[in-house]
Design a protein around this ligand. Structure first.
Ligand code: UD1
Ligand code: MG
Length: 459
């Protein structure tokens, strides 16, 4: 049994569903939105609320979920006997917990900490703490959702599942999102009382509301917008959740001082950090782990992932920053330049058509058009270390491992396979030959050949 904690909030995240409609080898909650699995978005919402503990209820054979949610523990629900049974699987971890237990869903990634906070507040305002606070919503189409039954005073008295509801109850527009905040002191007693005499023959979590009322315990509900409660059941839902989350992330970035020329074409990751007065052009894609400092301009069609960009830098258009890239202030990375595990010092430039991988480039160094760091020998990766103020001519190949000292000059077209001293000039180039008049003679010969061939064809 887990040890007691001081925190008064815990979370149970239900994720045992296989997600058959996803048609995937991956458990449903491992599908990503904004660059990370859905279940982690839900855990983060709980964490933002201050939940000190969280348990994720998984089905058998879902080791990938267990790995992803670490250090949070998982509890296995062997057979899917209903939502109350799923919650029961978490009892081994949280049976001793006496604070508020939030029950969340791993496939509902858009829920916000603000909404969970309102559920907590609903409990705090009243004189007696409600045993159960349910998150309700009014969907455009109530369909198969459970309905929240309230009394004249507006207090929650029961939840009826659509399949068990009377025609009058089916007319209720206020529906159950599934999310609940339950007093840990009564949760397990209530769960143990849930039976399965219902239309589906399942242990319904929703029954705990009626059971609490029977025990003279108070229940309450708060409402949230439907947009936050969109569940993901198939890939179409997944794309919709992604779109909704992208819009939320873009708006937050713009509200914090980022300019986006065409926001709908910019894709952010859950953890993208953009400084103030950053300008992001159209069609820019941020994978996870990107930090952009103040006043950086990211021009159209860039792809960034696991990279840090220093203040006032200019990136793109058409640049790719891969993981491990760290660019200093005022760096310029231009079109068709790829950086991977590349550290560029302040004011360094690689403006055209280059590959800079496993490299350190000193401040103010200029990497000429077409420069390649040949970092891979077919078996191992090697490093290229270039000093400060170096000028690398166009189309140079730096064969790693190699070092180039400060202030060195590398001639265009050179293949540099040995270390170069500071301030040296290095150039590898076949000797230039010129043959006077040979260009003209060649042209005349070929023109004559072509004319003879055309004449032969016409005959
Ligand atoms: C449930 C609610 C319903 C609510 C709806 C909101 C119950 C009885 N009903 O219905 O009132 O309107 O959600 O979407 O709770 N799960 C498990 N183990 C199980 C069963 C379910 O982990 O044995 C998980 C599923 O993976 C899913 C979630 O719990 O993420 C909800 O289960 P689902 O079967 O979709 O419940 P609904 O019938 O939609
Ligand atoms: Mg459902």
């Amino acid at each position: 049994m887990a040890s007691k904690t001081d925190s008064s909030i815990a979370a149970i995240v239900l994720a045992a569903g296989k997600g058959t409609r996803m048609k995937s080898a991956l458990p449903k909650v491992m599908h990503q939105v904004a660059g990370r699995p859905m279940v982690l978005h839900v855990l983060d919402a709980a964490k933002a609320l201050g939940a000190g503990r969280a348990v994720v209820v998984v089905g058998p054979d879902m080791p990938s979920v267990g790995e992803a949610v670490k250090p949070h523990p998982t509890a296995v629900q062997q057979r899917q006997l209903g939502t109350a049974d799923a919650v029961k699987a978490a009892k081994a971890s949280l049976g001793d917990f006496r604070g508020t237990v939030f029950i969340l869903y791993g496939d509902t990634p858009l829920i916000t900490p603000a909404t969970l906070q309102r559920m907590l507040a609903a409990g705090a305002q009243a004189k007696s703490k409600p045993a159960v606070v349910v998150l309700g919503f009014r969907p455009a189409n109530p369909g198969a959702y459970g309905r929240l039954v309230t009394d004249r005073a507006g207090a929650l008295t029961a939840i009826v599942e659509a399949k068990d509801a009377t025609p009058a109850q089916l007319k209720i527009g206020l529906c159950n999102s599934g999310v609940m905040a339950v007093d840990g002191a009564v949760l397990w007693t209530l769960i143990d009382k849930v039976g399965k005499a219902n239309a589906k023959g399942e242990y319904y979590l929703t029954d705990i509301v009626g059971l609490a009322r029977k025990a003279k315990l108070r229940c309450a509900y708060v409402e949230a917008p439907e947009a936050e409660l969109q569940g993901v059941n198939d890939r179409i839902d997944l794309a919709e959740a992604e779109a909704a989350l992208q819009q939320r992330l873009r708006r937050a970035a713009m509200a914090a001082g980022v300019t986006m020329t065409d926001p709908s074409t910019v894709f952010l990751a859950w953890d993208t950090k953009l400084g103030s007065d950053v300008v992001v052009g159209p069609n820019v894609m941020f994978g996870p782990g990107v930090t952009i400092n103040d006043r950086v301009e990211i021009r159209a069609f860039c792809h960034l992932e696991g990279a840090e960009v220093g203040a006032d830098a200019i990136i793109g258009p058409f640049a790719r920053l891969r993981p491990g890239t760290k660019l200093g202030a005022n760096v310029h990375i231009g079109n068709f330049v790829e950086c991977k595990a590349a550290i560029l010092g302040e004011g360094a430039k690689a403006n055209h058509l280059a590959y800079v991988g496993d490299a350190e480039i000193g401040a103010k160094t200029n990497v000429g058009a077409g420069t390649i760091t040949a970092n891979y020998d077919g078996y191992f990766k090697h490093k290229t270390i270039v000093g400060k103020g170096v000028s690398i001519g166009s189309n140079a190949v730096l064969v790693a491992p190699v070092r180039i000292g400060d202030g060195a000059l590398i001639g265009a077209g050179s293949t540099i396979a040995r270390d170069i001293d500071a301030d040296a000039l290095a150039v590898t180039r076949a000797e230039l030959k010129t043959i006077p008049g040979a260009g003209k003679r060649y042209r005349e010969r070929k023109t004559a050949e072509k004319a003879a061939k055309a004449a032969a064809k016409d005959k």
